[in-house]
Design a protein around this ligand. Structure first.
Ligand code: T3D
Length: 259
């Protein structure tokens, strides 16, 4: 069977491309399995320092393939979520390496959830985020109800989730959901440049920062302060911290080894 997820590593950056453009990169069972395998490959490869997640063609991802859902033998929705979608989102959030979502076109349903699960998003001018679930009588899933209020605030999240609404790239930038909007042709280069900046930073400090930001959502200030102290103790003992200090004093760019 032809692959629907491309995985390419170049210069410390892994690019994962959802690649079923004829169906707007809608997610089938084999595709979800390949996507999970791609994130697991990133987790195993310390040479990869940043990830770009994007879509082929005019869409980022239209969510679950609705034709496949109607096939005899399709798994019940709850099972499909527990066994396929949720592990993908968990694998994305558990990665040490940061993920840049290059949202090249429409991100609908679980496709929007995948975009929300990235650490930083850039969008093409024509991209949009569509909370399509309600339009087909479903509940936002694959993390959408958790990420969306945290990313755009509870009021906008309720409006989008309940009405099955959509955000254009420009609106998404106003709400802080995307870090920037590129004209269509520039998105891939802009995402790669951002991933390159991340790849040049100290990997262990980045991983610890990701964990601290995630943990901050479920702890009070006292716990967050203690968590920061613990993580800073770890980061401060790395060779990369010593290299960062030396580079500062020698007025040169740091060369972080990941140690
Ligand atoms: O297992 C489970 O089901 C649980 C998990 C659920 C999570 C979910 O993701 S539920 C939500 C599923 N997604 C949707 O409901 C979105 C459906 N698609 C759309 O609403 C629209 O296609 C878009 C807003 C994304 C884009 O609209 P537009 O006008 O730009 O494109 P189009 O003409 O609607 O679509 C182009 C083609 O892609 C078309 O195929 P055709 O007619 O040219 O052969 C269309 O059928 C196909 N396509 C688009 N989305 C899907 C799809 N095919 C299968 N599944 C799709 N989700």
């Amino acid at each position: 069977m032809a692959s629907s997820v491309r995985y390419e590593v170049d210069d410390a950056i892994a690019t994962i491309t959802l690649d079923r453009p004829g169906a707007l990169n809608a997610l089938t069972v084999p595709m979800k399995d390949e996507l999970l395998a791609a994130f697991r490959a990133v987790a195993r490869d310390r040479a990869v320092r940043a990830v770009v997640l994007t879509g082929a063609g005019r869409a980022f991802c239209a969510g679950q393939d609705l034709r496949e859902r109607l096939e005899p033998g399709a798994a019940p929705l709850a099972v499909e979520l527990r066994e396929r979608y949720n592990p993908i989102v968990a694998a994305m959030r558990a990665l040490d390496q940061p993920i840049v979502g290059a949202i090249n076109g429409v991100a609908a349903g679980a496709g929007a959830s995948l975009a929300f699960a990235c650490d930083i998003r850039l969008a093409a001018e024509g991209a949009s985020f569509v909370l399509a679930f309600g339009r087909i009588g479903l509940v936002p899933d694959s993390g959408a109800t958790w990420f969306l209020p945290r990313l755009v605030g509870p009021a906008k999240a309720a409006e989008l989730a309940l009405l099955g609404g959509s955000l254009s790239a420009a609106e998404a930038e106003r709400f802080g959901l995307v870090a920037g909007v590129s004209n269509g042709d520039a998105l891939a280069a802009d995402a790669r440049a951002l991933a390159g900046r991340l790849a040049g930073l100290a990997p262990r400090a980045l991983a610890l920062t990701k964990r601290a930001l995630q943990r901050s959502w479920s702890v009070d200030l006292d716990e967050a302060l203690e968590d920061e102290a613990l993580r800073q103790g770890i980061a401060g003992a790395t060779a990369d911290h010593a290299e960062g200090l030396a580079a500062f004093l020698e007025k040169r760019p740091p060369r972080f080894s990941g140690e």
